[in-house]
Design a protein around this ligand. Structure first.
Ligand SMILES: Cc1cc2nc3c(=O)[nH]c(=O)nc-3n(C[C@H](O)[C@H](O)[C@H](O)COP(=O)(O)O)c2cc1C
Ligand code: SF4
Length: 398
C-alpha cells in the first residue's frame, strides 16, 4: 500500500505516509520546558511506526501563549537543550520530528499570559471574548522576528523542520481572514487576493533568511471556516497560490478557527465536561453555569458541523490542482482504506492524524498488520476539552 511507503520531502524522509498531526501535549512546565512525559509521549510514537511527527504548538513568545497551561515554548535560546533531548530520543528510532510554532494572537486569555491580549485588529473572538489590542506596524515586524528566532532555536535543537501554524484562528490566520483583519497598513487585506498574506509571507522570508533555504518550513492552514462570507474557496485558492509562489516545503490542510473549536475536530460536544473543566465556562455560581450552558446550547451547538470521515479532503484535492508542493491532509481519517484512497486518488501526499494517535500511539503498527483496522477513537472529544484543564493530553475512553 502507498500509505506504508516512505516519502522524502525537502530532504526529510518520512518512514510512511501516516504522520502525527500537531497535538497539544500538556506536558511542559509552567515556563514551557519539556518534562519527562513530553519525551515519553514522542518516544512512544516514534517507536511505534508513526511516519513522522509534528509536535503540538509551541509558543514563539509569552504573549502568544495559549490558554492551555502546559504548552511548550520555543521563545528563548535556553529552550534549546530540552528540545535537543527530545529530537535525539525521537531520531534514535529513525523518525523525523517537526516543531509546530505558533502565536495565539486574540485566542488566549490574559489570566494565563499575564500580558494584554494582542491581535491583528480589536475584533474579539466569540469564544475567548477578550478585546485584543491591535499591533502597530512596527510591533508586527517584531513578532515576525519572534517566529524567525523560534525557528532558529528549533533548528539548533535538531528538529528536522518547523511548521508555521497558520490555521485554527491563531495569529497568522487572523491576518489572513478579512472578517478579522481590518488593517489599513501593509499587513491588511490585499484587494487582489482577498486575504491578508503579508504577515505569513514575511514570516517565511524571515525564517528562510535566518535558517537557510535548506531548513524545511511547513505551513498548516484551514481550508474553510464557519463564516464562508469571509473565507471561501476563491480565497483558499489564493492562499495556495501564494504558498506555491513563496515555495514553502509542505502544506497541511485542516479546518476552522477556535471561534467554533469543535468544527476543527468534529464529533461530540461534551457540554457537561466543558462546564466543569474549560476555564472559559467553568464556574461555581449556579446561575452563571445555567447561562453558560444556554450559550453553548443556543450559540455554539447549532453551528456544530457533523463528523464525517476525511472531512478536509475536498480542500486538499483542490490544493493539489494548484500547486506541486506536497500536501498533507488532516481530519477524520480512521482506517487504512480512507488513507489509501486519499493518497492513490492524488488528493494528498501524506495523511496526518491527531486523535487516533491519542487513543493508540501505535496505530500505524496496527494498521500495517491489519489493513482493515479501525481506529478506536470515537470522536467523543474528551481529550480536546481536557486540553484546557491543565491535564496531560490522553484518551479518556480507553
Ligand atoms: C487534544 C488535541 C490537541 C490538538 N492540538 C493541536 C495543536 O497543538 N496544533 C494544531 O495545529 N492542531 C491541534 N489539534 C488539531 C489536530 O491537529 C487535527 O487538526 C484535528 O484534531 C483533526 O484531526 P483528527 O480527526 O485526526 O483528530 C489538536 C487536536 C486535539 C484533539
Ligand atoms: S478521548 Fe479518546 S476516543 Fe475521545 S476523541 Fe479523544 S482520542 Fe478519541
Amino acid at each position: 500500500m502507498k500509505a506504508f511507503q516512505p516519502i522524502t520531502i525537502a530532504g526529510i524522509t518520512f518512514r510512511n505516509r501516516i504522520i502525527r498531526s500537531a497535538t497539544y501535549e500538556g506536558m511542559c512546565d509552567e515556563k514551557g520546558f519539556p518534562t519527562a512525559g513530553y519525551y515519553s509521549t514522542y518516544e512512544a510514537l516514534a517507536r511505534a511506526d508513526a511516519g513522522g511527527i509534528i509536535t503540538g504548538f509551541a509558543y514563539v513568545s509569552k504573549e502568544g501563549r495559549a490558554m492551555q497551561p502546559a504548552q511548550a515554548g520555543i521563545d528563548a535560546p535556553d529552550k534549546i537543550p530540552g528540545f535537543r533531548t527530545l529530537t535525539d530520543k525521537v531520531h534514535q528510532y529513525g523518525c523525523p520530528v517537526i516543531l509546530q510554532i505558533a502565536h495565539t494572537g486574540r485566542q488566549t486569555i490574559r489570566r494565563v499570559t499575564g500580558l494584554p491580549v494582542r491581535g491583528t485588529s480589536s475584533k474579539r473572538s466569540v469564544y475567548f471574548w477578550e478585546k485584543p489590542v491591535p499591533f502597530s506596524t512596527g510591533e508586527i515586524y517584531d513578532r515576525i522576528n519572534k517566529f524567525a528566532d523560534a525557528a532558529s532555536y528549533a533548528r539548533d535543537a535538531g528538529f528536522d523542520g518547523i511548521q508555521v501554524h497558520a490555521a485554527h484562528g491563531y495569529l497568522v490566520h487572523q491576518f489572513l481572514l478579512p472578517g478579522i483583519n481590518n488593517r489599513k497598513d501593509e499587513f491588511g487585506i490585499d484587494p487582489q487576493t482577498g486575504i491578508g498574506s503579508a504577515f505569513l509571507e514575511k514570516i517565511i522570508g524571515s525564517i528562510r533568511h535566518r535558517c537557510g533555504n535548506d531548513f524545511p518550513v511547513f505551513v498548516k492552514i484551514s481550508g474553510g471556516i464557519n463564516d464562508e462570507k469571509h473565507f471561501n474557496i476563491d480565497r483558499f485558492s489564493s492562499l495556495i497560490r501564494i504558498l506555491d509562489h513563496i515555495r514553502v516545503d509542505a502544506i497541511e490542510i485542516s479546518y476552522g478557527t477556535m471561534d467554533y473549536p469543535f468544527n476543527i475536530f468534529r464529533g461530540e460536544m461534551p457540554v457537561n465536561l466543558i462546564l466543569l473543566r474549560n476555564p472559559l465556562f467553568k464556574t461555581r455560581n449556579p446561575i452563571m453555569r445555567s447561562l453558560n450552558k444556554a450559550i453553548i446550547d443556543l450559540w455554539f451547538r447549532p453551528r456544530l458541523l457533523p463528523f464525517s470521515p476525511t472531512y478536509n479532503v475536498k480542500y486538499a484535492r483542490l490544493a493539489k490542482t494548484l500547486t506541486c508542493i506536497p500536501v498533507i491532509v488532516v481530519g477524520g481519517f480512521r482506517n487504512p482504506g480512507e488513507i489509501e484512497e486519499a493518497l492513490t486518488s492524488g488528493s494528498a501526499d501524506l495523511v496526518s492524524l491527531s486523535r487516533p494517535f491519542v487513543a493508540e500511539p501505535n496505530i500505524v503498527s496496527k494498521m500495517k498488520n491489519d489493513r482493515n483496522y479501525q481506529s478506536l477513537c470515537k470522536n467523543c472529544n474528551y481529550c480536546a476539552v481536557m486540553c484546557d484543564s491543565g491535564e496531560p493530553t490522553k484518551c479518556y475512553k480507553f
